[in-house]
Write a protein that binds this ligand. Structure first.
Ligand code: ATP
Ligand code: MG
Length: 574
């Protein structure tokens, strides 16, 4: 491709809302463009990267025995009613009506649609296992679209669904997909971790997330260097050892604590560690108030709370002041477990039940209670673990301290079981002619998000540094002075030869200053660079790689050998 013809609208200034490198660089390099919040176009260079990622995903899915098909993005309401997700998916779902007022959604995912597709058509155990996938556009009206294509409202996903006759079969399919994902993300050159995930609205009880590690990642991962334990912060089990305080339960006392509204204020006032407090949080869950008590030195994990309550995350919100006053009789900041007004649901993290002589809010403005003990002074619904993991917590598997890191979730695999097949009546006949629901799994790869994740891991202050496998073009030839005939002709000659070799080549034949050309080639991140300049008359060019920027002079007939060598280093054949 000649750059004089290429549609590559690079930007000097990036929109101020672009906060992270991948978002800025993909915009600046003329690879993506925003239409409205969370809705992006892929311009020619960016779309070439997308197609390469798709191709790697496709090859590994095919190798793993999954078959590609393509479904519509539009799905009828009835399908989602059957699985009870029309409501529970919540405001993330884009809904629309046709001219006859029939309701549809733009598919945020396709569990229902795939289950419905094979239902009544796959009838016998002999046709199982079956694994189907598509690479398709998904729609989610995200609460907070951000970071460009990382959290978009329209994005490209590869989604696959497996159908097995029993649990063992499903586990096998799951493992095959896991292995296929390892191959995909390895080929994409992503540094990643596989971590236990929370199954959320997807249902089922086992899931793993593939995290591209990045300091700007939205996901927090807790992991152990000693054993292989790794989980998202939403999922990670918290081992919290209560200091077994001996001694007797002291007499409960009311303490005047004006102006002390936060745990830190109280720590100053009582001169006692945070872990001696019982922290109360008040939520509104599907319109009902819920009070939760956790140890004062810890944060509550809202995902664990939603899972315990069986409520979708969008139905959880912090209670307003009015609700707090109604159920506690006190202003915000003085909520506690003793003497709540009316029939309020009170959840207690199990650790609280083992702690002695707690300090808690007094449910009276300006007062706290000390020496409060579970069982004697209050009771509630005890929940095993409602805490958010922290760095340094004890690994639930081996007991060593946990580490925390950030990641971008680029893939997700779920063991669904029979949630969708049961609700949609999708059955097969087993060996004895008995009807049984399919046992399912679902598997997603964020194709467009992966593009941004690669940029996060491969860039510097000057631009993107594409790994060869996904680079929009392999080689860029820069003619320093297009007015110089020798340079021009040599550039054209090399261009033609490399194209004949089957390489993807950009020829910078633009009538621009060398500095502009160099800046652009750094920005768009083409891995292999050939510079045709002053020594064109001697058949000598400069050769360099974007990733290390070391220039060497070579003669034109050495170019192909050099390129072959660099392809081999990346394990790719031309
Ligand atoms: P997240 O926790 O980031 O919202 P999710 O759990 O909702 O992700 P899945 O439903 O598992 O995501 O979707 C499969 C894959 O699709 C994810 O692993 C991710 O790579 C990608 N993906 C999900 N939501 C978006 C989005 N809004 N924009 C771009 N890619 C997305
Ligand atoms: Mg999501």
């Amino acid at each position: 491709m000649r750059m004089s013809k290429l549609y590559m609208p690079t930007l000097r200034e990036v929109p101020s809302e672009a906060e992270i490198p991948s978002h800025k660089l993909l915009l600046r390099a003329g690879m993506t463009r925003k239409l409205v919040s969370g809705i992006y176009s892929y311009l020619p260079l960016g779309y070439r990267v997308i197609r390469k990622i798709e191709q790697i995903v496709r090859e590994e899915m095919d190798n793993a025995g999954s078959e590609e098909l393509l479904m519509s993005a539009i799905q009828p309401r009835e399908l989602w009613e059957a699985s009870e997700r029309w409501e529970s998916f919540g405001p993330e779902m884009f809904k629309l009506k046709d001219r006859n007022s029939r309701e549809f959604c733009l598919g945020p995912t396709h569990e229902e649609y795939f289950t419905n597709l094979i239902k009544d058509e796959v009838r016998s155990y002999k046709q199982l296992p079956l694994n189907l996938y598509q690479i398709q556009t998904k729609y989610r009206d995200e609460k907070r679209p951000r970071f460009g294509v990382i959290r978009a409202r329209e994005f490209i996903m590869k989604d696959a669904y497996s159908f097995d006759k029993d649990l063992e079969g499903m586990e096998r399919s799951y493992k095959e997909m896991w292995e296929a994902y390892e191959k995909i993300f390895t080929r994409l050159k992503l540094k990643y971790k596989v971590v236990q995930g929370d199954s959320g609205s997807m249902g089922g009880n086992n899931s793993h997330e593939f995290m591209a590690m990045s300091e700007v990642g939205e996901s927090l991962v807790a992991y152990c260097d000693n054993c292989n334990y790794a989980a998202t912060d939403e999922k990670a089990e918290v081992v919290y050892n209560v200091k077994e305080s001996e001694g007797i339960e002291d007499k409960m006392e009311k303490v005047y604590t004006p102006d002390a509204k936060t745990i830190d204020d109280l720590v100053d006032l009582f001169k006692i560690e945070k872990s001696n407090f019982g922290k109360a949080l008040v939520y509104n869950v599907s319109g009902e108030p819920v009070v939760v008590i956790v140890p004062g030195d810890r944060e509550l994990n809202e995902t664990k709370l939603c899972n315990y309550l069986g409520a979708p995350e969008h139905e959880l919100e912090m209670a307003d002041e009015e609700t707090i006053i109604r159920i506690t009789g006190a202003n915000k900041g003085f909520t506690g477990p003793v003497g709540l007004i009316g029939d309020v649901k009170l959840l207690v993290d199990s650790r609280i039940t083992k702690m002695k002589n707690l300090i808690v809010g007094g449910n009276e403005t300006d007062y706290h209670l000390k020496n409060v003990n579970y069982g004697r002074d209050f009771t509630g619904e005890v929940v095993e673990d409602l805490l958010l993991v922290e760095e340094g917590d004890i690994c639930p598997k081996c007991g060593k301290p946990l580490l925390m890191d950030r990641g971008i979730e680029v893939g997700n695999i779920f063991q669904l079981g029979t949630k969708y097949s049961s609700s949609l009546n999708a059955n097969y006949l087993d060996e004895d002619g008995k009807e049984k629901p399919f046992v399912m799994g679902s598997y997603g790869v964020g194709v467009s998000r992966s593009m941004a994740a690669i940029v996060e891991q491969y860039h510097d202050e000057y631009g993107i540094i594409w790994p060869l496998v996904v680079a929009p073009y392999h080689v860029i030839i820069t003619i320093i002075n297009t007015k110089n005939e020798e340079q021009k002709q040599l550039g054209e000659k090399i261009y033609k030869e490399l194209l004949d070799e089957g390489l993807e080549v950009l020829l910078d034949d633009r009538n621009e200053r060398a500095g502009v050309k160099f800046n652009d080639r750094d920005l768009i991140g083409i891995p292999i660079r050939i510079t045709v300049g002053k020594k064109a008359s001697e058949n000598i060019v400069e050769y360099s790689l974007r990733k290390d920027n070391k220039n060497i002079e070579i003669s034109v007939d050495e170019i192909m050998d050099k390129i072959r060598g660099d392809f081999e280093k990346e394990d790719i054949r031309i």
